[in-house]
Design a protein around this ligand. Structure first.
Ligand SMILES: Nc1nc2c(ncn2[C@@H]2O[C@H](COP(=O)(O)OP(=O)(O)OP(=O)(O)O)[C@@H](O)[C@H]2O)c(=O)[nH]1
Ligand SMILES: [Mg+2]
Length: 289
C-alpha cells in the first residue's frame, strides 16, 4: 500500500507508518530534509521512503498555483494509495493538483485530519472549510475510493490528558496503530464473521475503537448518520479457544447495533498473540458532513 503524506500532519503520520514494511511512503512538505526540489531516496528504509521538498509559499493560492510535475517522484506508483493531509495548513492547497497526477494510476483514498477548528484564524478556518467540503464532494462523486475523516479533538478526547510536548506524536500513534491493525486484518482470514465492503455510495468513513464488551464506542470523528459499521475484533488466540462466552458477547453487540440504529453491520473476529484484546470499528456514510 502507498502512503502519501502532505504537510506537517501528513508527513508526521506517514513517518510513523514507515516503521511497517507493508507501506511505500511518499512525503511532501516545504523544507523537509534540505531544500532540494527532489530529495529522492534516503534513510534506513531506503527505497520505501521518499521525500519531496516543495518551495515554501506565503499563502494557499500560491501553493496551488505552483504544483510541480511529480512524475519521477511518483514513478511506478500503483494500487491502493492513502493520501494523508491535515486541513488548514497552507500547503494542503496542493492536495487536489497532486492527487490529479496519480489518480489514474492508483486506487486513491484520503485521510483528512481535521484540526481543532475553534483554534483557527478566520482565514485558516475558511481554507479548512473549503478543503473539507471539496474532498467530500470528490468522495461522493466517486473520484475517491474512500474519504476517512479524523478529528484531532476526538483523538485527544479518547486519550484523555495529552501533554503539550509530544501532543502530535501521541495522537498520531493512536491513529496509526488503529489504521495499521485494520489494514492487517483486512488482509487476514477471520475465524468468525467477515469484513464486508461498504456499499458503492458509502464513501465517507471514520475509525473507532471499543472494548470487547462493546460498552463504549469511541469514534475518531463524530460522523453524522452512520449507515454502515464493521466491527473488527482482535482477540488473544488462547482466549478464543477457551472462553465460552466470547461468541455470545460479540453476537449481542453486533445485533444490538443492527436493531437499534437500523444500519448495516458486519464483523470479523481475528486471533492474535497480543495479551490485550481490542475492537476496531469502521463507520461509513454516504451523507456529506
Ligand atoms: N494529528 C495531527 N495533526 C497535526 C500534526 N501536525 C499538525 N497537525 C494539525 O494539522 C493542521 C495543519 O497544520 P500543519 O500540518 O502544520 O500545516 P501544513 O500542512 O504543514 O501547512 P503549512 O501551513 O503550509 O505549514 C494544524 O491545525 C494542526 O493542528 C500531526 O502530526 N498530527
Ligand atoms: Mg508546515
Amino acid at each position: 500500500m502507498n502512503i502519501v503524506g502532505l504537510g506537517q500532519a501528513g508527513t508526521n503520520i506517514a513517518e510513523i507508518l514507515s516503521q511497517y514494511p507493508q507501506y511505500n511512503i511518499f512525503k511532501i512538505d516545504a523544507g523537509i530534509e534540505g531544500d532540494f526540489d527532489f530529495i529522492g531516496q534516503y534513510g534506513e528504509t531506503e527505497d520505501r521512503v521518499k521525500a519531496y521538498s516543495v518551495k515554501r509559499q506565503t499563502d494557499p493560492e500560491e501553493y496551488e498555483k505552483n504544483v510541480p510535475s511529480m512524475k519521477s517522484f511518483f514513478r511506478g506508483i500503483k494500487g491502493e494509495t492513502l493520501f494523508i493531509v491535515g486541513g488548514s495548513g497552507h500547503i494542503s492547497a496542493m492536495c487536489l493538483r497532486i492527487m490529479e497526477q496519480i489518480k489514474d494510476k492508483c486506487e486513491l483514498s484520503v485521510l483528512y485530519i481535521r484540526p481543532d477548528t475553534s483554534l483557527l484564524s478566520k482565514n485558516k478556518s475558511l481554507h479548512e472549510k473549503a478543503t473539507y467540503g471539496i474532498l467530500q464532494q470528490f468522495a461522493r462523486s466517486g473520484l475517491l475510493k474512500m474519504l476517512y475523516l479524523v478529528s484531532n479533538t476526538n483523538l485527544e478526547k479518547i486519550l484523555g490528558n495529552v501533554p503539550i510536548i509530544g501532543y502530535n506524536s501521541k495522537i498520531n500513534e493512536l491513529l496509526v496503530s488503529t489504521i495499521h491493525m485494520i489494514n492487517v486484518f483486512k488482509n487476514s482470514e477471520p475465524v468468525m464473521g467477515k469484513i464486508e465492503d461498504p456499499a458503492e455510495a458509502s464513501r465517507i468513513a471514520t475509525f473507532g475503537i471499543s472494548d470487547i464488551e462493546g460498552n463504549e464506542e469511541k469514534s475518531f470523528f463524530s460522523l453524522d448518520r452512520t449507515k454502515e459499521k464493521c466491527y473488527i475484533y482482535s482477540i488473544n488466540e488462547e482466549r478464543l479457544k477457551t472462553e465460552g462466552d466470547l461468541r455470545k458477547k460479540i453476537v449481542a453487540t453486533v445485533k444490538a447495533q443492527a436493531e437499534t440504529e437500523d444500519m448495516k453491520v458486519s464483523f470479523g473476529v481475528f486471533p492474535t498473540n497480543y495479551e490485550q484484546d481490542y475492537c476496531y470499528i469502521l463507520n461509513y456514510t454516504s451523507i456529506i458532513q
